[in-house]
Design a protein around this ligand. Structure first.
Ligand code: NAD
Ligand code: UDP
Length: 343
């Protein structure tokens, strides 16, 4: 198969076609963020190859996309090499929630490290840009606030979060070594807590937990005092930032923080969710997980300067949309919801 540069003339057999779109590989495309990214890229007129091993991804997330002739799904584990012909790669494959990435920590590190080696090798062979979905977790429990890209982080290398944090840090190292060694057009974004429709209802993350608990009038579980902070970015804002970063000039490598700088305590989030759902839930406190970062808030001046990017969806508005999604999911009686309720 010929690789399409864009816009370009491509030979398929003896037919020459002028293409106005790109062929884009999205690893982790059946996950929460990946499915929104695939949807937006399709809407922008591109052809999408979604690669996922369904470790945390959900077929339901991409069901509306399957009928689109520009969408292709490949079940594949990115710890294994992949040979395809594409014009850009977004590397999102990796479980993101602590309960999921700690379920098989060795696989989590392999996904980040071997996955990075595999997508970088592919991008290098094809001479195409590759974007890495890195994370605010590279800052660990940060000693500076808000976090700028220049901060090197405060990560416990042997704790239960290390499989994810150190895996992502090593992936960043590989991206920048490919840049230095092979002049590859790498793009590294550090994503801060993102939420929205299609979050996994049992992924244990704070937004999905609180909403599911509130909708079922169950106790809202705050870990620790609830005074720890996070900054929540609505998924549509994030996807706009990812696409913006991919399409910057080849010398724009990042790392660039993408997140919403408005900071909330978990107590404040719980109260907001209770108010927006009209729930009768009470707040209960549970032990704080090991190495849980105390505060997190991105400095997004790089994203503003390089991508002209800033988030537009405030937390209450994004929560309303997310609550509507989970309400619909609960009403649908989806087997995954029923299984969790029976457990
Ligand atoms: P998610 O768990 O919903 O999606 C990850 C996807 O990757 C899933 O579809 C999963 O099946 C797939 N996957 C996992 N291991 C794989 C492997 N070895 N091979 C192929 N596919 C594999 O998580 P998400 O929230 O959509 O996160 C997407 C990316 O963004 C991740 O890389 C994550 O680290 C990063 N990120 C997310 C957040 C957030 O708040 N959601 C924050 C920082 C970084
Ligand atoms: N958290 C909580 N109750 C929950 C789930 C999470 O209080 O039911 C807390 C968690 O301890 C952390 C914050 O919410 O301080 C964000 O947790 P999440 O797992 O969503 O993201 P991360 O810790 O990876 O930023």
């Amino acid at each position: 198969m010929c690789r399409a540069a864009w816009p370009s003339v491509v030979k398929r057999g003896c037919i020459v076609t002028v293409l106005g779109n790109k062929r884009i590989l999205v690893t982790g495309g059946a996950g929460f963020i990946g499915s929104h990214l695939c949807e937006q890229l399709l809407a922008d007129g591109h052809e999408i190859l979604c690669v996922d091993n369904f470790f945390t991804g959900w077929r339901q997330n991409i069901r509306p996309l399957i009928a689109n002739p520009n969408f292709e799904l490949l079940r594949h584990d990115i710890t294994l090499p992949l040979s395809v012909e594409v014009d850009q790669i977004y590397n999102l494959a990796c479980p993101a929630s602590p309960i999921h990435y700690q379920r098989d920590p060795v696989q989590t590190t392999k996904t980040s490290v071997l996955g990075a080696i595999n997508v970088l090798g592919l991008a290098n062979r094809l001479h195409i840009p590759v974007l890495q979905a890195s994370t605010s977790e590279v800052y660990g429990d940060p000693a500076i606030h808000p976090q700028t890209e220049g901060y090197w982080g405060n990560v416990n290398p042997i704790g239960p979060r290390a499989c994810y944090d150190e895996g992502k840090r090593c992936a960043e190292t590989l991206f920048f070594d490919y840049r230095r060694q092979h002049q590859l057009a790498v793009k590294v974004v550090r994503i801060f807590n993102t939420y929205g429709p299609r979050m996994h209802p049992q992924d244990g993350r704070v937004v999905s937990n609180f909403i599911m608990q509130a909708l079922k009038n169950e106790p809202i579980t705050i870990y620790g005092s609830g005074l720890q902070t996070r900054s929540f970015c609505y998924v549509d804002d994030l996807v706009r930032g990812l696409i913006g970063m991919m399409n910057t000039a080849p010398d724009v490598t990042g790392p660039v923080n993408l997140g919403n700088p408005h900071e909330f305590t978990m107590l404040g989030l719980a109260q907001m969710v209770i108010r927006l759902t009209g729930s009768a839930s009470q707040i209960v406190h549970k032990p704080l997980p090991c190495d849980d970062p105390r505060q997190r808030k991105p400095d997004i001046s790089q994203a503003a300067a390089l991508l002209n990017w800033s988030p537009t969806v405030e937390l209450d508005m994004g929560l309303v949309r997310t609550i509507a999604y989970f309400e619909q999911l609960l009403r649908s009686g989806h087997p995954k919801i029923l299984a969790a309720e029976a457990a």
